[in-house]
Write a protein that binds this ligand. Structure first.
Ligand code: GUN
Length: 293
């Protein structure tokens, strides 16, 4: 039997509606939650994500602003911009879109953002808080969104084997942090696989919950998945496809046609994890305004 679809777009809509109510409550107190995104350079995929973040903020009644800087921007110039935003009381959340041009040290920029405005959850203070299970943390949006999807679809995580493919600071590592905690939608036994893992399929076949965040199109095929597993696809790759009107199509890290025949539940691409990332970003920003506004 084909897997049930995990509808990230529907869950994200619910979260955005709840965020809008929280925004309304803040507006009564004369606080308009504000997110400022900095986009350096002209990477087309980043430009699409950033537009969508700004639009979602405005739809939720928040202040959404994008600062566009040229690809030639120096590290010093970018740090100066971050400093300005750190001191701007209208700005509750700061997000510097990754990747950054190679002359800029991304870690240095992330460390410059005030942890209280780090709605991406990338600052070492928030990374550390997420790891120790501190409720104060801003958890990174994509893994936090995956955890919400698991909860909303009643996927039991306690005592289950979760295998994560990918060890990035944005997804893989914080995903492991969240699911290994004690508590709701956690308590899992987590394995993190990566590009140097010997015999990837041996690990993935043991997974009750398989989370693919490797950044490789259709890496996970049906033969690598245990029957009945829950499969979460964090990948997003635009590939050429002359058979479509746009000439391109989106693929995940999971080969959907084969894996959906084996899994019990699966996220589609698009419409799975992607919409959750933005919803969680809005949620983190409204929370920043509530806590520090
Ligand atoms: N690039 C890809 N995903 C993200 C994200 O979640 N935050 C930022 N800042 N950059 C990204």
């Amino acid at each position: 039997m084909p897997a049930d679809l995990i509808d990230g777009a529907a869950v994200a809509k619910k979260i955005r509606q709840a965020v809008t109510l929280r925004v309304d409550a803040l507006l009564v107190r004369d606080i308009r939650p504000g997110l400022t995104v900095i986009l350096v350079g002209e990477d087309p995929a980043s430009a699409v994500y950033v537009r969508s973040k700004e639009k979602s903020c405005i739809e939720a009644g928040m202040r959404g602003e994008t600062i566009r800087m040229p690809a030639s921007t120096s590290e010093t110039e970018l740090l100066a911009r971050v400093d300005q935003l750190n001191h701007d009381p209208r700005v509750h959340g700061i997000l510097v879109q990754m990747p950054l041009p190679k002359q800029i040290d991304a870690q240095k920029v992330i460390r410059r953002i005030k942890p209280e405005k780090d709605v991406d959850g990338f600052h070492p203070v928030n990374v550390g808080k997420t790891l120790i299970g501190d409720a104060d943390a801003f958890a990174p949006c994509t893994p936090a969104g995956v955890q919400v999807l698991l909860r909303e679809y009643g996927v039991q995580t306690s005592g289950r084997d979760v295998v994560i493919i990918g060890r990035s600071n944005i997804v893989g590592k914080p995903m492991a942090s969240l699911l290994m905690q004690s508590g709701e939608t956690a308590d899992a036994t987590v394995t993190v696989c990566h590009s140097r893992t010997a015999n990837l399929a041996w690990h993935t076949k043991r997974a009750d919950i398989l989370i693919a965040a490797a950044g490789r199109p259709e890496l996970v095929t049906g033969d690598m998945v245990k029957a009945g597993a829950v499969v979460i696809d964090v990948g997003m790759h635009r590939v050429a496809d002359p058979s479509t009107k746009s000439g391109t199509r989106l693929l995940g890290d999971v080969h959907f046609p084969s894996v959906s025949l084996v899994a019990s539940k699966i996220t589609p691409v698009p419409g799975g994890v992607g919409p959750m990332t933005i919803a969680m970003l809005l949620q983190n920003t409204v929370r920043a305004a509530e806590l520090y506004g």
